[in-house]
Design a protein around this ligand. Structure first.
Ligand SMILES: *Cc1c(COP(=O)(O)O)cnc(C)c1O
Length: 361
């Protein structure tokens, strides 16, 4: 087997064990003589996968009885609209912390549906940092405060979640969900498209505080209402069964690796290694992100010129590493090193970076 070192931002690399398991299961899954893709979502076999994935997620996160795991389609981008639709009351508004492209898109949807305010932003600094809590201007009447825990494009990450008092806290965790232990019960709602850190595209995980539903708006199309998915455990209509099966495989791998504490250990080692290489060559590599806002999931850096950046990406590809070009809106290089990226892949990249700097300075 030959695997590429895959640094794409998403869809992204998955644990080999999760893929191997799917490969073995495809023709004849658990003695059913069919694959999970071909099985009714009302069968007892699928039930075990669906509730198994939900249960593993709740276990890994230590969810309390008021928090529920949901599987919804439409990607994180649909959550940008569902959150305000469900939770901003008529005439109300919500507060958004704008830390880049994805939070701006979330805010845009809130403004279409109701009203959204920017409570804090690092836009004047080119989104190179996470705003400090003392920079927030919160509206005490806001329906919720929305943050983007990891900014996939700008390479910034919240290392501490803000205390926003009694106002419900909502987070888009698409690109760092499950990267380390955290108190998920503090959040009123968390959403994450699976395709970065926890599975393939096609399913979005939502962690919902059920008691918050008491304040949700009623007059919303059925499929866009959290209450619909909550009441039926995400089996109101056909769920993306294969994607959920893959999430289950990934979550079992997370558990085998020591759960979220195991993930944090892996991820810190990988991020520290890459930032170390960048810092060791200050005349050649430069990370534009302020030190205490740097992401352990998406590491971004610049080279002395765009020509060298293009050369770096091309030579890295020839050496077996894909996905290192930065997002088109940010430029430079980016390595997405989510949970499933092994330390060996990051060591390979770090060695390449050291050699490239020596050969091209
Ligand atoms: C990728 C990404 C999204 C968009 O996710 P889709 O599932 O493609 O809609 C939203 N937020 C963040 C932080 C992301 O990284």
């Amino acid at each position: 087997m030959s695997r590429t070192w895959n640094f794409y931002a998403g869809p992204a690399t998955l644990p080999v064990s999760a893929i191997e398991r799917a490969k073995a299961d495809l023709p004849d899954w658990e003695g059913t003589g069919m694959s999970v893709m071909e099985t009714s979502h009302r069968s007892k076999e699928y039930d075990a996968v669906h509730y198994g994935a939900m249960g593993l997620m709740a276990e890994l996160l230590g969810l309390d009885d008021d928090h529920q795991v949901l599987f919804i389609q439409g990607g994180a981008s649909t959550q940008f609209a569902m959150v305000p639709m469900n939770f901003i009351p008529p005439g109300g508004s919500a507060d958004y912390v704008n830390t880049g492209t994805w939070s701006a898109k979330a805010l845009k949807e809130a403004k279409i549906i109701a009203d959204g305010r920017v409570a804090a932003t690092s836009e004047p600094d080119g989104f190179t940092r996470i705003p400090r809590r003392d920079e927030y201007d919160l509206d005490p009447k806001a329906a919720y405060v929305h943050i983007t825990s990891n900014n996939t494009i700008r390479g910034t990450q919240f290392h501490e979640f803000p205390d926003v008092g009694a106002t419900p806290l909502v987070a888009d965790m698409s690109s760092d969900f499950l990267w380390r232990p955290f108190d998920a019960n503090r959040f009123a709602l968390i959403y994450a498209g699976a395709q970065k850190n926890i599975g393939p595209s096609g399913v979005t995980v939502v962690i919902l505080k059920k008691s918050w539903l008491a304040q949700a708006n009623e007059n919303i199309p059925t499929m866009l209402k959290y209450a619909t998915h909550s009441a039926k455990d995400s089996l109101y209509n056909t769920p993306p069964t294969f994607a959920i099966y893959m999430v289950r495989n990934v979550l079992e791998w997370v558990k085998e690796q020591g759960g979220l504490a195991g993930m944090e250990q892996r991820n810190r080692a990988k991020g520290d290694l890459l930032y170390g290489v960048i810092g060791a060559h200050p005349d050649f590599y430069r990370c534009p992100v302020e030190a205490d806002s740097r992401s352990y999931m998406n590491v971004i850096w610049r080279l002395p010129s765009e020509e060298l950046e293009a050369k770096f990406v091309a030579e890295a590809l020839a050496a077996g590493m894909c996905g290192l070009k930065g997002h088109r809106s940010a430029g430079g290089c980016r390595a997405s090193i989510y949970n499933a990226m092994p330390i060996e892949g990051v060591e390979y990249l770090a060695d390449f970076m050291t050699r490239f700097a020596a050969a091209n300075r």
